[in-house]
Design a protein around this ligand. Structure first.
Ligand code: SF4
Ligand code: MG
Length: 336
């Protein structure tokens, strides 16, 4: 069967106001040709440094702005070109949990009303009693105490507020939840609780999760597959095990090098990047990672590598991973 969510060659360019470079208005290539899918009951994590475009992908799926090109397909239906009115009932099926529950919860609404709002807005309750039943059921799902319903958001800790944010998302009875750095601001122990909660909810409800995060330790704990983004593109996408144990793109190796390894004996290769992330306004020629890649060779400066199947379910955008050369990057990225 078709995956729940399909994103095909998504592009989002932002014009820069008043920015004239040689007579051409400059554009930020925030997302520059991104394709992936998420299935029911699956977690796909979008990872990468800040500014790589991962949050923009999430917002584009939610229809928060017009996309420049590409398609967003939910359950076989293209949704990126729909009017707000037609999109509305479909939008119910995709909910979002943001990083900051402090600013995303209305401080003038009690928890009960925060959870009730989507139930009412989407017409999901058949009666007042049914509404009350649904509010209580959702609070129970996220393990908020029942007395929480009569209280205000500011009365709760960060972790509890994030439970309220998740409850609000669940109240819409979604198929997909987009978590945009949803646990990044939380303390380590609270983070673990919320991550475990998300995993349990996924199992219980068959939810698809698009988990946008720069926190690779959390991603390794909870995801099924990973898509690594660099400057608006996916450079590697594979099942978790493959990404963490046998990364094939030099950028993935570099990202993982920055994560503390629990067992020093683990075969995780070290790559330390030189320089800063180039500007998404002035993208490097060829492979957009070539200015920082320790393995760049002549071809990399002129030819843009496509994201290609390198092994079962394992996609890589690197000239060292072309057929016949498979595995070269893995060897070249070498032991430290
Ligand atoms: Fe590095 Fe070249 Fe591969 Fe790009 S294509 S990641 S520059 S080796
Ligand atoms: Mg972000």
């Amino acid at each position: 069967s078709r995956p729940l969510l399909e994103v095909n060659d998504l592009k989002k360019y932002f014009p820069i106001k008043g920015g004239l470079l040689g007579g051409i208005k400059a554009q930020v290539h925030a997302v520059d040709g991104v394709s992936f899918h998420v299935s029911r009951g699956e977690t796909l994590s979008l990872v990468g440094e800040s500014g790589c475009g991962k949050s923009t992908v999430g917002r584009a799926i939610l229809g928060l702005f017009d996309i420049t090109a590409g398609q967003v397909v939910l359950d076989g239906k293209r949704i990126d070109q729909l009017s707000a009115r037609v999109l509305r009932p479909l939008r119910r099926r995709m909910q979002v949990v943001f990083q900051d529950p402090f600013s995303s919860l209305n401080p003038r609404m009690k928890v009960r009303d925060i959870i009730a709002e989507p139930v009412r807005n989407f017409g999901l309750a058949t009666s007042k009693a049914d509404l009350e039943h649904k509010i209580r059921a959702v609070a129970e799902l996220v393990r908020l105490p029942q007395d929480a319903l009569g209280r205000w958001p500011h009365e709760f800790s960060g972790g509890q507020r994030q439970r309220i944010g998740i409850a609000r998302a669940l109240a819409a009875e979604p198929d997909l939840i987009i978590c945009d750095e949803a646990v990044s601001a939380l303390d380590v122990s609270v983070k673990a609780q919320i991550v475990n909660l998300l995993q349990e909810l996924q199992k219980q409800l068959g939810l698809a999760l698009l988990f946008i995060s720069h926190d690779l330790a959390v991603v390794e704990h909870m995801t099924h597959r990973v898509a690594v983004m660099y400057l608006g593109r996916i450079v590697e996408m594979a099942p978790k095990r493959e990404i963490f144990a046998a990364p094939r793109h030099p950028y993935t190796s570099a990202l993982l090098s920055a994560v503390p390894v629990p067992e020093p004996a683990t075969d995780r290769r070290r790559v330390v990047l030189k320089g800063d992330v180039p500007s998404p306004i002035n993208l490097p020629s060829g492979c957009r990672f070539h200015t920082r890649c320790p393995y760049a060779f002549d071809r990399c400066r002129v030819e843009d590598p496509e994201l290609r199947l390198s092994d079962k379910d394992h996609f890589v955008a690197c000239h060292l991973q072309q057929p016949g050369l498979a595995g070269v990057a893995g060897v070249a990225v070498g032991q430290d």
